[in-house]
Write a protein that binds this ligand. Sequence first.
Ligand code: ADP
Length: 426
Amino acid sequence: MKLGCIADDFTGATDLANNLVRSGMRVIQTLGVPKAPLSTDVDAVVVALKSRTMPAPDAIAQSLEALKWLKSQGAEQIYFKYCSTFDSTPDGNIGPVTEALMDALHCKFTIATPAFPDNGRTVFKGYLFAGAVLLNESGMQNHPLTPMTDANLVRVMQAQTKRKVGLIDHTIIALGTQAIEEKIKQLESEGVGVAIVDATSNKDLKTLGPALKNMALVTAGSGVAIGLPSNWGLKASPLSAALPKAQGYQAIVSGSCSLATQAQVAHYKSSGLPSWSFQALSWSEQDAPAQIKADVAKAIAWAQPLLAKGPVLIYATTDAETLHQVQAKLGREQAGAWMESALAQVTLGLQKLGVKQWVIAGGETSGACVQALNISQMQIGPQIDPGVPWCFASGHSAGHLALKSGNFGTPDFFTKALKMLAEVSV
Ligand code: ADP
C-alpha cells in the first residue's frame, strides 16, 4: 500500500477513492477499521469512519486506530479526508484529529485544503468558496450539526488547533511546485504547523501534488488526491478501475428524498420499468415495526417474479410535503430510522433472491444497506457520474454497488449506471 486514507464519513470516502482511481491508483475502501490484514494488492486503502460529528476524543481514538492499521499494512503516506465544505465546529473534529495524527506520525508540518474545483469548492486567499459564494453564504451557515459561519479557513482551523496555522496562497501556487516547497520550508521555520493552501483549479492541485511527496500526513477534501498518484509514477489508466464481471439480478434501492433522487425515480418510472414504493404515512407509531415487516414481505413478493426480466426499483423517495407529513406523524429521527431499517430489510431479502448488482440512493440509506449486506470492504471501479463510482464487494456478499449520495447523478442515473456496469466489468 502506498497511500493510507482515513475518511471522516462514508460517501466522502467513496468520493476520495473515486478521485484516486481516476488518477491511476487501485483502491479499496473499507467500512470501519479492518480486523484482518490486507488480502489484495492495492495502491491505496480508504478507511471510512463516521467520525465527522462525534465527540472529538472518540473521533481521535477511531482515527488513531485506523492509522495504526494503515501503518501496519505499509502505508507510506497518510491522507486525512474531510468534507469539501470543511464541516467542523471550534471543538473539531478536523483540527483535533489532524493534531493527533501529526503527533502519532511525528509530523511537524502538514497542509489543509478542502479545495475540490470539479465540485465548485475553491480556496482563494484562504477563503473557501462553494460555487460562486463564500462558504458562510452557501447555506452551510445553517447546517444543523456543523454550521460554517466563517469562510476564512486560517481562522477556522486556528480555532481548532494549538499549532500555528499559516497560508500558502495563490501567488505561491502560481509560481510552481518548487516555490511551494520553499514556502513550506519558510513556514516551518516560522513555527507554522498547518498551512491552508489556495487552489482554484485542477491545475493548482496537480502543481501542489509533487510538493507533498515527502509529507507524512496530508489533510484535505478529495480534490488533493488527483495530484498524489503521480508521486509514485502512477498515471490514469482504465486498468486501475477494472472490476470483475457483473453477475446476478439488478435492483435499485432508493431512500434519498433529495431533488436529484426525486428526478431519478421519476425518470426511471417514466421509462416503464417496474417500481414499488413504501408508504410511510400508513405506518403508526405503535405498530410501525410490524407494519414495516409486512411491507417488506410485500415488496419482496412483488419483486421475485420480476427479477429475471431486468431491474426493479424499491423506493421510499418522496416529495418534501409528504416527507414533512410523515415526519410530523412519526417524528423526524424515528421516521428516518424506520425507513432505513425497512430498506435494509428489503436489501437483505433481495440478496437472498439473487440480486448482486445494486444501485443505492442516499448517504444514510447506503450505510444502512451496506451494513445489512455485511460488507466490510469494496474495490473501487470506474466513475459513473462525479463522486459516484461502481464498487465491487467480494466474499460472502459478493456484488457490485453504486452508492449515490442524494444530490449526485443525472436524471437517468439508475439505468445509465446498470447499463455501464455491463460494459465495464470484465
Ligand atoms: P441523502 O443522501 O439524500 O441525504 P439519506 O439516505 O442520507 O439521503 O437520507 C434520507 C433519509 O430520509 C433517510 O434516513 C431515509 O430513511 C429517510 N426517508 C426517506 N424516505 C422517507 C419517507 N418517505 N419518509 C420518512 N423518511 C424517509
